[in-house]
Write a protein that binds this ligand. Structure first.
Ligand SMILES: [Mn+2]
Length: 411
């Protein structure tokens, strides 16, 4: 049987106020074709379907319309959706009662039995287009503290949950292949600079690849936006986001993963790159150059205008010797009339830190809280970084605030 694995759509995403709807529509149209052309039996989406727990009606309409179209166009296709940290579990599961449970399974959070999380109910049979069960999935969504069982194994509640979910899937599958999903940061995974790091404070949510059993044929992950394979006891993959969600994701090869499972529990894996609807430009291509050179390069940009929603996104990187209060205005002036959308100005401050030449983001909003704390400490205390116990206290404070906010507030 053939699965298509995709992830981290972030429907409703904006980049500095610029809507990504056109890119989402293009991706979903392309995905629909791929599902049909590649003859997929199951479409697996591993979390962060929406960009926010409270997505716009436009984002929800886009999602529902896609579900309706793909089920209609590809008879017998099964859809398995799992929740991410950006998704509201109950919102994601909301349409489940309107849909044929045999064709659409939605696991927003860990199901509960008698008020307690019941990881055994994460097991979902995967069917081919003829309706025959060909594999079983331990469909593990993003895990919030309330999703976790008591730690009876001694290696933490996350490992315990994986054990229970896999045991339930194993009991259901007999000799059929096992698939496991997750929406988390598995160690070894590469983090992209801006989009994900604010939800990964102090490595608290990093889980070792050893939670996945060697007998799993495929582990389908979401959360990290760079498509990548993870070293571990079996085939473990992040599908990645369908297109760059921040300028730092510009060079990733975004796409989908096509997974063929044979009866013997082996997976054959191939990636298919998705077309890029809107280009991401950077001036200069790498590194940073002085402002006058940036201005000259920007004035030389020669681009046709594809219309407001298709204009390229642009990142500019400037090397500065000192404060340059006019930076933004000068860049905007050099870009006057150009059909591009400026989304980031990175500054390289020559002698700012020991080691020199470090590119620092211009916008406070791009910094993780912990970095702001570290920089403020260095600034206030003669360049000294905060001591480890102080950092630890800061992380604790941060995590308490996050918990109080319901954790989902992260970007
Ligand atoms: Mn995520």
């Amino acid at each position: 049987m053939r699965l298509i694995h995709t992830s981290d759509w972030h429907l409703g995403h904006e980049i500095l106020g610029f809507d990504r709807g056109l890119e989402h529509d293009a991706f979903l149209d392309w995905l629909l074709d791929q599902v049909e052309v590649l003859g997929a039996d199951v479409l697996l989406v591993t979390g962060d379907i929406y960009d926010s727990v409270n997505p716009s009606t436009a984002a929800q309409r886009r999602f529902y319309r896609f579900v309706a179209r793909v089920l209609d166009k590809v008879p017998g296709l099964q859809l398995l959706l799992t929740g991410g940290n950006h998704d509201s579990p109950s919102r994601l599961e909301l349409p489940a009662d309107l849909l044929d449970a045999q064709r659409v399974a939605i696991m927003g959070s860990v199901p509960r039995t008698g008020g307690r999380p019941d990881p055994a109910r994460l097991a979902v049979p995967l069917r081919d287009r003829g309706g025959a069960i060909r594999a079983v999935c331990a469909a593990i969504p993003y895990l919030r503290p309330g999703d976790l069982p008591d730690d009876v194994g001694g290696d933490g509640p996350v490992a315990e949950l994986h054990r229970q979910a896999v045991a339930a899937a194993d009991a259901m599958r007999g000799d059929l292949p096992l698939v496991v999903t997750g929406h988390l940061h598995v160690s070894g995974g590469e983090v992209s600079d801006l989009s994900e790091r604010r939800v990964l404070i102090g490595g608290a949510e990093v889980v070792p690849a050893s939670v996945y059993p060697a007998h799993a044929a495929y582990v389908a992950l979401g959360h990290l936006h760079r498509p990548q394979q993870i070293k571990g006891p079996t085939a473990i993959r992040y599908a990645g986001s369908p297109f760059p969600l921040s300028v730092t994701e510009r060079d990733y090869r975004h796409g989908i993963v096509v997974v063929d499972l044979d009866g013997g529990g082996e997976a054959r894996i191939e990636t298919v790159q998705a077309p890029r609807t809107v280009p991401f430009l950077r001036v200069p291509r790498t590194g940073a150059v002085p402002l006058d050179q940036v201005e000259a390069a920007l004035r030389e940009l020669s681009l046709e205008d594809p219309g407001p929603e298709r204009r390229a996104f642009l990142e500019v990187a400037v090397r500065l010797d000192g404060p340059e209060p006019d930076l933004r205005r000068r860049i905007e002036q050099a870009l006057d009339g150009k059909p591009v959308r400026l989304v980031r100005v990175a500054r390289e401050v020559a002698a700012a830190a020991p080691g020199g030449g470090q590119v620092v983001p211009a916008e406070l909003a791009e910094l993780a809280e912990i970095e702001v704390f570290q920089r403020m400490h260095a600034q206030e205390h003669g360049g000294h970084p905060p001591a480890e116990d102080l950092l630890q206290a800061f992380r604790q404070l941060l995590s308490d605030v996050r918990d109080a906010e319901g954790r989902e507030a992260a970007p």
